[in-house]
Write a protein that binds this ligand. Structure first.
Ligand code: AMP
Ligand code: ZN
Length: 135
């Protein structure tokens, strides 16, 4: 499989490493949205969150506070976004699960759109039923 993040995890392609343990790696994003933009990945290849074993996601989750806290404090930022794009339609370019940690400074304009909508009456129950049916 020709996956750039698998190659980074295997040490075949260099990265600016922030954190590593047996299962998880964090490194600086090469095309940062802000300085200190960091990616956290499982070393094992999975494409989307719902395809990844819960135990491995739990290991990533247990690392997030440490790495996010270090990014937040190290960059003396005002906040940060944690973002995981799943699928091309959601903006996923690298098909190996990764969590972006994006340091934010007040008023930095990194994300300028949050196109919130409203449900028509009666729609919210139908939508929630569709989702619950797939749990
Ligand atoms: P996404 O659109 O969520 O798939 O994001 C992929 C991210 O991976 C982008 O922010 C890229 O800048 C980043 N990226 C791609 N190749 C590398 C690389 N070799 N080292 C570090 N980050 C990378
Ligand atoms: Zn991979």
């Amino acid at each position: 499989m020709d996956c750039i993040f698998c190659k980074i995890a295997a040490g075949q392609i260099p990265c600016e490493k922030i954190y590593e343990d047996e299962n998880v790696l964090a490194f600086l994003d090469i095309g940062p949205l802000s300085e200190g933009h960091t990616l956290v990945i499982p070393k094992q290849h999975f494409t989307k969150i719902h395809e990844c074993p819960a135990q491995l996601l739990a290991q990533i989750g247990s690392v997030l506070p440490k790495v996010a806290g270090a990014v937040f404090k190290g960059m003396t930022s005002d906040g940060y976004n944690v973002l995981c794009n799943n699928g091309k339609a959601a903006g996923q370019l690298v098909e190996h699960i990764h969590f972006h940690i994006i340091p934010r400074i007040a008023g930095d304009g990194v994300f300028t759109q949050w196109p919130a909508k409203k449900y028509q009456p009666g729609k919210v129950e139908k939508i929630s039923e569709k989702i619950r049916a797939k749990l």
